[in-house]
Design a protein around this ligand. Structure first.
Ligand code: NI
Length: 171
């Protein structure tokens, strides 16, 4: 297992649509393990494969951040199959450090995917879990949560990160 680098806003992989996983081979299983370790180390509640520079449809969500093994969700090729209600709440992302903004998400969702054995699985989530699942599926579409903010807010956040990137570039 290994902790992988989490890409930050501005990296092209984060804005690309991820490809379906064709077979759950050793590479995918290793990737899932690394993603869980990376998520817990961050620490965070959700991570999508594009955030570690792999354009594959795989997400990990753990609302307990490693405290409760039963709350770990690993889903291959997840798909939102139903949603209900709407809640506005502050949200953040490991790829957009230090930014927390209010985003509307469904209150309740059902997400269908495969576990690492290749078995079909429906995951039901409410409130913060529903939010995390939707946020991670957005990543697979190449969409960061700031894409759901007003154009003005989004522009300000992008500008801030562009400035930071310039500052960090070696001269
Ligand atoms: Ni995120």
């Amino acid at each position: 297992m290994a902790i992988r680098e989490i890409l930050k806003i501005g990296h092209p992989t984060l804005t690309r649509k991820a490809a379906p996983v064709e077979s759950i081979d050793k590479e995918i299983i290793d990737l899932a393990r690394d993603m869980v370790e990376t998520l817990h180390a961050a620490p965070g509640v959700g991570l999508a494969a594009p955030q570690v520079d792999v354009g594959k449809r795989l997400i990990v969500v753990d609302m307990s951040v490693g405290e409760d093994p039963d709350s770990l969700i690993v889903l291959v090729n997840p798909e939102l199959i139903s949603q209900e209600g709407s809640v506005v709440c502050e949200e953040g992302c490991l790829s957009v450090p230090d930014v927390h903004e209010k985003v509307a998400r469904p209150y309740r969702v059902v997400v269908r995917g495969l576990d690492l054995e290749g078995t079909a699985k429906d995951v039901e989530g409410e409130d913060l879990l529903a939010r995390a699942l939707c946020h991670e599926i957005d990543h697979l579409e190449g969409r960061l949560f700031i894409e759901r903010l007003s154009p003005l807010k989004r522009a300000l956040i992008k500008k801030k990160f562009r400035k930071q990137a310039k500052k960090n570039r070696p001269s």
